[in-house]
Design a protein around this ligand. Structure first.
Ligand code: G6P
Length: 611
């Protein structure tokens, strides 16, 4: 949610910033802007994508060695040139970019308005900037101190970067609740919301913590807390290759990431699951084996696609481990008065590890004595750091805004956790445990077989592309997959879609069924199979168009359905991880057929760091 980049050092800053903004564009693409110091601050900003900004600056002065850049996901104020970041202070001598929300900006604005300040934009950012400048004017022009004093008054979330005309070789940065990584080069520093703009220059990074201020010069990085005490920067080595954040010949990141799944699922299982020897070794679980096994209750919190992974986990954990599980939206949990008892286990699922609601929900449960296990993709992210323990999904950077490989990585990690605990608790037999381990180990090769259906799925997409609505139905382990299939379709193609438990369809959605309504059934072999066939009959009887995901030896469904997608059979507990893949491809191709920007769907952002 908003991407920020900064550079100080000997290079021309403009190319570094533009490339960085392109890499961060998945975080927001309502507008983009850059401020560069070259004697004075030159500032260029434009509504639209980074490419629009690049076109806008053609022929303008973009020289300079210190710069900050921003790609925006609008919160306060519509997407427009004037609301785009960076913002300039009233004097024009300080420029700032911001990711987050200043919740008390109205009272700060009133204070400033009473002092005669006027504002050019509708943003909370411009208010904070002028609040900082107001303190700066009164403290003799010490920007670092002005930032520190101002932030003590701020309620909300922020990652801010500021440059000032009179100190052309310094960037002041601060964070609370929104991520900031600083890359350390030779006599140069790179600042960004995540490591992707930094990786091609250096692998040494510092993750800035909440309530820290960084004073960044070409040859010096100083970290302080809001009490003005120096903090020791903790330098970590990035485990990320440039290749992982490029399209590598695919038309879109989404397609690349769907096709990466055999490998990313394998990477998640690698070194952890040994089906032959029958063991699962997860260091994050090992440490808490007794606590998890004896937990009276597991609470799963997440948002979006990660929440769907949580729902699948609920079915699997209750079935195999016999521990009661509740799955909650983090945004609901954080504002309710939930009952959390000491010893309860919270599993927080997040691709980015930065989702604001999930972070606050974790903090709330932690205060009440829960043990937190993070299932996170981005190494070193906030959720990874605030959890007691965790399991990384190792799916690699996910750039497409609609989550695909992160979801299957989450399922693989959650399945390993469930099977490990179940075997330890002896709530499943050794035979069943070994069977599940073996079935899970076969997922990467079965995923490969599903991807070979890409062309036939594209043809089905052609037939569905003009629909206005769609229904996704599944039962049991596949009900959450129906939700995920529907979410993917609406995100990518803007077709209204709903996911439903197939049996529940009779209590409402069936009223929508006519010859124009596509109904996607997840109808692979499981205990519900006969029942789902009856549900298909009910839709056909009302002339709905049926698309069914089925297994190879199903001879009944092809006679009923208009289109079938045939995929390899798996144990019903494992099947969700495979069944989602054809739905991802279907959404992708429908989105493409409708001319949508599948990597950057309108209004969405990859990482939601505001509540
Ligand atoms: C956004 C993304 C989704 C993601 C959700 C939760 O809505 O567009 O793809 O599932 O946030 O994000 P997280 O990083 O916590 O999994």
């Amino acid at each position: 949610m908003c991407g920020i980049v900064g550079y100080v050092g000997p290079r021309q800053a403009y190319p570094v910033i533009i490339k960085g903004l392109q890499r961060l564009e998945y975080r927001g693409y309502d507008s983009a802007g850059i401020a560069i110091i070259n004697g004075k601050i030159n500032l260029y900003k434009k509504q639209g994508k980074v490419a629009d900004l690049e076109e806008f600056v053609i022929g303008k002065n973009v020289q300079g060695h210190t710069a900050i850049g921003h790609t925006r996901w609008a919160t306060h104020g519509e997407p427009s040139d004037r609301n785009a970041h960076p913002h300039l202070s009233r004097s024009g001598e300080i420029a700032m970019i911001h990711n987050g929300i200043i919740e008390n900006y109205i009272s700060l604005k009133e204070e400033l308005t009473n002092k005669g300040y006027t504002f050019k934009s509708d943003t909370d950012t411009e208010v904070l900037l002028n609040f900082i400048e107001d303190i700066y004017i009164n403290n003799g022009g010490n920007l670092e101190e002005a930032v520190r004093i101002a932030l003590k008054r701020v309620v909300g979330a922020y990652c801010i970067l500021l440059i000032e005309q009179k100190n052309p070789e310094t960037i002041i940065a601060a964070r609370k609740g929104s991520p900031l990584v600083i890359g350390i080069g030779k006599n140069e520093h790179f600042l960004a919301s995540d490591a992707s703009p930094i990786i091609e220059y250096t692998k040494e990074v510092v993750y800035v913590n909440d309530y820290e201020i960084a004073i960044v010069r070409p040859d010096e990085l100083t970290l302080k807390n809001l009490g003005n005490e120096k903090q020791t920067p903790f330098i970590t080595e990035l485990d990320l290759e440039l290749d992982a954040i490029e399209k590598s010949g695919y038309d879109h990141f989404m397609l690349k990431e769907i096709f990466e799944q055999p490998k990313t699922i394998f990477d998640c299982l690698r070194g952890r699951l040994n089906a032959e020897k029958g063991y699962i070794n997860l260091s994050g679980v090992e440490k808490y084996l007794d606590e998890i096994s004896n937990a009276p209750r597991i609470i799963i919190i997440a948002c979006g696609t990660s929440w769907h992974a949580g729902l699948v986990a609920e079915y699997i954990i209750e079935e195999t481990c016999r521990i009661p599980v509740e799955v909650e939206y983090a945004s609901e949990f954080r504002y309710r008065n939930p009952i959390v008892n000491k010893g309860d286990m919270m599993i927080a699922i997040s691709q980015s590890g930065e989702t604001a609601d999930t972070i606050v929900a974790i903090e709330k449960a932690k205060e009440q004595g829960a043990i937190i296990m993070g299932i996170v993709n981005v190494v070193g992210s906030s959720i990874a750091r605030i959890s007691h323990t965790g399991v990384y999904t190792h799916a690699g950077p996910e750039i497409g805004v609609a989550s695909t490989k992160a979801f299957t990585g989450q399922l693989a990690a959650l399945m390993m956790i469930a099977f490990k605990i179940a075997f330890y608790k002896q709530t499943i037999s050794e035979e069943r445990y070994l069977h599940l381990c073996n079935e899970l180990s076969l997922v990467p090769e079965k995923a490969e077989i599903i991807l070979q259906q890409n062309d036939s799925i594209r043809l089905i997409a052609e037939a569905l592309k003009d629909s206005s609505n769609a229904l996704f139905l599944g039962r049991g382990y596949n009900f959450p997959i129906a939700l995920e299939g529907a979410l993917k379709l609406k995100e990518i193609s803007y077709i209204h879609a709903e996911g439903y438990p197939a049996a529940e369809m009779k209590h409402g959605p069936i009223a929508l069924v006519d010859e124009n309504l596509p109904v996607v059934f997840i109808a692979t072999k499981d205990v519900y199979h006969e029942k789902i066939i009856s549900n298909i009959q009910e839709i056909k009887a009302r002339k709905g168009k049926v698309i069914a995901v089925i297994n190879e030896n199903d001879t009944v469904t092809p006679k009923l359905a208009d289109h079938v997608i045939v995929i390899p059979e798996a144990d019903e507990i494992i099947a969700p991880i495979l069944n989602v893949i054809p739905l991802q491809l279907l959404s992708y191709h429908i989105g493409i057929a409708r001319g949508c920007n599948v990597d950057m769907p309108r209004n969405l952002a990859k990482s939601v760091t505001v509540e």
